[in-house]
Design a protein around this ligand. Structure first.
Ligand code: CIR
Length: 263
């Protein structure tokens, strides 16, 4: 089993900026409170640390309201890191901002130079790399990623993020190399037919963006039925407050880049 997809030594996070109040969102449910977001972020970093991560926490970037969601800026693999090319114009500059940190952590850092692709649309499993086309990720970006990772032996499979969903991983999260937590609307597309799927409970779709980090699954708090399902399946679940990130469409995976250090 390819456990590299959930066994990590490190994580990169970035503190939320005050400007997170202006973060992008599909629906307006009020602005996130920057102070409360900071408290939640600290708890998230503590949970990663407890799970065994050495966490690099970067300073906030006021000029990029959504920069707390570092996952969208890069893909980290054991062989190296790839800087993404975010499809949201206001987020494009975040990619250049993460590069120096990646260069300090990886001996190989490559960049997407054509098309658009955000890390939230990429799910690395023990078998393959699934990438969802979305409003943020297009075929050109996926093709470039596929070309870059081919030399490392990875197979990229293009799938579709459901139309009303921000990112592919808004609706799914990896639980282990061959098991995925997913919403029914995504799983029913058939994209996980070769995997074991655990569905989020009805009305708890926002729980799907979970993160497996070593021995624990980080799950947004408030989704008790989905948490119970995971516990019944034998997972150790750590529930974390996510109300402020959720107001700007963020979940557990978006807040970190996870990897095994090679340098
Ligand atoms: C955005 O719309 O880009 C941010 N407000 C949320 C990004 C969430 N990232 C993720 O799901 N990977």
């Amino acid at each position: 089993m390819s456990s590299f997809v959930f066994r990590f030594t490190h994580a990169i996070t970035r503190k939320p900026s005050r400007s997170i109040a202006n973060g992008l969102r599909a629906e307006d449910c009020g602005n996130p409170d920057p102070n409360l977001f900071m408290e939640h972020h600290e708890e998230y970093v503590r949970a990663l640390t407890t799970a065994g991560a050495q966490v690099i926490t970067l300073d906030p970037l006021e000029e990029f309201p959504d920069s707390v969601f570092v996952e969208d800026t890069a893909l980290c693999l054991p062989e190296g890191a790839i800087v993404m090319r975010p499809g949201a114009p206001s987020r494009l500059g975040e990619a250049a901002a993460i590069k120096p940190t990646l260069l300090s952590q990886f001996s190989t850092v490559m960049e997407i130079e054509n098309g658009f692709i955000e890390g939230g649309d990429i799910l690395v499993t023990g078998e393959e790399i699934l990438v969802g086309t979305s409003d943020r990720t297009n075929e050109e970006g996926i093709a470039e990623l596929a070309g870059l990772v081919k030399q490392w032996g990875y197979k990229v499979r293009r799938v579709q993020t459901p139309p009303e969903v921000l990112h592919f991983k808004t609706d799914c999260g990896l639980l282990d190399a061959k098991t995925i937590l997913a919403t029914e609307r995504l799983a029913s597309s058939g994209c996980f037919n070769d995997y074991k799927v655990i569905l989020t409970a009805k009305g708890e779709e926002a729980a799907a963006n979970a993160v497996r980090f070593n021995d624990v699954v980080l799950l947004p708090a408030g989704f008790s039925q989905t948490a119970s399902r995971l516990k019944q399946e034998g997972y150790t679940v750590v529930e974390l407050p996510n109300s402020e990130a959720a107001k700007v469409d963020g979940g557990m995976s978006c807040l970190s880049l996870r990897y095994c250090a090679t340098l």
